[in-house]
Design a protein around this ligand. Sequence first.
Ligand SMILES: Cc1cc2nc3c(=O)[nH]c(=O)nc-3n(C[C@H](O)[C@H](O)[C@H](O)COP(=O)(O)O)c2cc1C
Length: 203
Amino acid sequence: MKIAGILGSPRKGGNTEILLDIAVGEAQKNGVLIDKISLRDKSIAPCDACLGCIKTGKCVIEDDAQEIYDKMVESDGIIRATPVYFWSMTSHTKTLMDRTYALGFPRLQLANKVGGLILVAGNRGCMNTANIFNMYFNYNHMFFAEFAYGYGHEKGEIKKNTFAKNMVKEMIHQMISLINASLKYPEAFDIPMPRFVRKKYQV
Ligand SMILES: Cc1cc2nc3c(=O)[nH]c(=O)nc-3n(C[C@H](O)[C@H](O)[C@H](O)COP(=O)(O)O)c2cc1C
């Protein structure tokens, strides 16, 4: 079993990284291979909407997203971890989200994987951000484990938050159980619904 843990916080050793590290430790304790990928160390350009991926299933931008695509596709589970920035995710996190558009062609390459989410906000915005990931995982035909979140502003403040730390551990247990359940979307539905309807009804 493999999980990719993708960190979208620019703050090294910050609250989001602390929670992701707890997730990594818990996964390893349970015999799961977990690969931590820190987006702040990567060079990832924004999607330029060339839409070449629609024809080829590949993104033409040759940067660090390419190795992350491989890691995501090889994994059984994917955790996205981000602080809340203006009621949403960091730009690092969103840039990679947009670039994964390429993984939707010709079929959803992330389908049937289990999604996990770790959020840290100063005081508000977790639910807005989680809603976007709910839609994102749903679009990709992934199965979303219940997400873990916590509040804190200062670097390291989350260490005092026993609730958030335990939530992260339980999210890992849920992800492992969901992966073991081998849930699958029916093969007939291997693309997102709008594309499916356009194709089936020629509309
Ligand atoms: C640019 C920016 C925007 C932020 N926007 C929000 C916000 O909308 N809501 C909130 O509760 N906290 C907001 N915060 C606070 C962070 O979510 C909070 O400090 C968090 O602990 C940072 O996580 P980190 O330590 O992993 O960087 C913002 C912080 C920054 C730097």
